[in-house]
Design a binder for this molecule. Structure first.
Ligand code: UD1
Ligand code: CA
Length: 457
């Protein structure tokens, strides 16, 4: 295998984003654009990967290292943005003497590995361009061909004649370039053009003059070559990205009631016969088993959902494992560190955090369960709270199998409710309770006879 160097241009400031964040760190599908590009490039197993950066360099580096730790990317700083040719030249010291260089852009996020591989397959010590035919080619460099239909040069729109502007075949800006010529070509670029920039595109005419073969791949989908200069374009690509993600899930057999009303900002896998209602958001890694139903407006982040689970509308579930046959929601909040064993029911306005709940236990209404270990077949009545925090430290509540906790019970941790016990409604439990007994702690109810009559006199 010949050397393959990848250069990603990421020096742009992105003024039109109207943002403090460097342009290439703006996200599509919750992943910075630059990371998308790096990941596509990595599928070609390049010899090295060079990122040309400028504005906000340290922030860009830090984010890349956070997302892709232990990488060995090379960072080349471009002090002034003097054009795409100048930017590529910044990477020249890191390129191999033979093999090829693939030029990519940190603000063209949806370039796909399949297209890049197609370009790589056409590489034979030649120039391989990625081109496209657009109904509206405005703004792009145009491909100039001779009467044998060979590509001979690229003309930038700003330098193009009226007739050249009518050409609909455009330069996407992606190329594979042979390293043995590249240094010479880059050193010969001039900035005598309408923008006073060093254009990498001028390399194509140089290659033609030196009889280096110029071949091309026609981009399959225009979204793969679209760049982002403002938030409108970012949103446009976000919606395309989301549609593709939804279509993949549909192909995998999920029922999605409206593919334009789902957001997948991570990876979702589905078993058979899953149904996802509208306006659900998925982040991180979400794995759904067979026959899982997810109600409208639910949010799931890093969740493993086992078979036959029903998540009713507007539930928020994060860093949790949901056992077979569980029913959750509507309006439930399941927070990190929660493990629900099989057939657990978590109802409306119930918050569960860092807790394990055993088989067939029910916590159905208006309750907080935090730092708890709940056994099987436990019933926690409405409005009960595990008081796990004294303002400084967190303590554990343990509820053993078959306990019945009456409504409105405060369980002041650390505390253990013994197996099979019953806690009277409205109790405040501060000490461990015995197994198989009724424990109740509430003030005796009294009626003050005649009080009302006396008051009214
Ligand atoms: C470039 C191509 C044009 C092509 C179009 C496709 C040139 C001269 N023209 O035009 O033929 O149709 O892309 O989108 O190459 N950058 C740097 N440093 C620089 C200059 C640019 O990092 O000094 C980065 C920019 O941040 C941007 C990318 O390179 O991400 C493209 O640069 P830009 O000057 O915008 O080129 P276009 O005018 O889009
Ligand atoms: Ca541009």
């Amino acid at each position: 295998m010949q050397d393959l160097n990848v250069v990603i241009l990421a020096a742009g400031e992105g003024k039109r984003m109207n943002s403090g964040l460097p342009k290439v760190l703006h996200s599509v599908g919750d992943t910075p654009m630059l990371i998308h590009v790096i990941k596509s490039a990595q599928e070609l197993n390049p010899t090295n990967l060079i990122i040309v950066y400028g504005h906000g360099g340290e922030i860009v580096k830090a984010e890349v290292d956070k997302r892709l730790p232990n990488n060995d990317f090379i960072w080349a700083h471009q002090d002034k943005q003097l054009g795409t040719g100048h930017a590529l030249k910044t990477a020249l010291p890191h390129l191999s003497s033979s093999g090829a260089t693939l030029l990519l852009y940190g603000d063209v996020p949806l370039i796909d590995a399949l297209t890049l591989k197609e370009m790589h397959n056409k590489y034979d010590d030649n120039v391989v361009m990625l081109t496209a035919n657009l109904d509206n080619p405005t703004g792009y460099g145009r491909i100039i061909r001779n009467d044998q239909s060979q590509i001979i040069s690229i003309v930038e729109e700003k330098d193009a004649s009226q007739s050249e502007r009518r050409i609909r075949e455009i330069n996407t800006g992606f190329y594979l370039l042979p390293n043995k010529y590249l240094g010479g070509w880059l050193n010969n670029l001039s900035n005598q053009n309408s923008q006073g920039e060093y254009y990498v595109t001028d390399i194509v005419a140089m290659a033609y003059d030196e009889s280096v073969d110029i071949s091309y791949v026609d981009a399959r989908h225009t979204y793969t070559i679209m760049g982002v200069n403002n938030k409108l374009q970012l949103e446009f690509l976000e919606r395309i990205f989301q549609t593709k993600k939804a279509e993949k899930l549909l192909e995998a057999g999920a029922t999605i009631l409206d593919k334009s009303r789902i957001d997948i900002r991570g990876q979702v896998s589905v078993g058979k016969d899953c149904i996802i209602d509208i306006n659900c958001i998925f982040e991180g890694i979400v794995a759904l088993g067979d026959n899982v139903r997810i109600g409208a407006g639910s949010f799931l982040k890093n969740v493993a959902v086992n078979n036959d689970v029903e998540i009713k509308p507007y539930s928020v579930i994060e860093d949790a494992v949901i056992g077979v046959g569980c029913k959750i929601g509507p309006f439930s909040r399941v927070r990190p560190g929660t493990k629900l064993q099989n057939d657990v029911h978590i109802g409306n306005f119930v918050e569960v955090k860092n807790s394990t709940i055993g088989v067939a236990s029910k916590v159905n209404h208006l309750t907080y369960i935090g730092d708890s270990e709940i056994g099987s077949k436990v019933n926690v009545g409405a409005g009960s709270v595990t008081c796990n925090y004294d303002g400084k430290n967190k303590f554990k509540t343990k509820i053993e199998d078959n306990v019945f906790v009456g409504s409105g019970t405060m369980m002041v941790a650390p505390v253990t409710l013994g197996e099979g016990g019953v806690i009277g409604a409205g109790s405040t439990i501060t000490k461990d309770t015995p197994a198989h007994e009724l424990t109740i702690s509430r003030a005796k109810q009294t009626t003050v006879l005649g009080w009302l009559k006396r008051m009214r006199k």
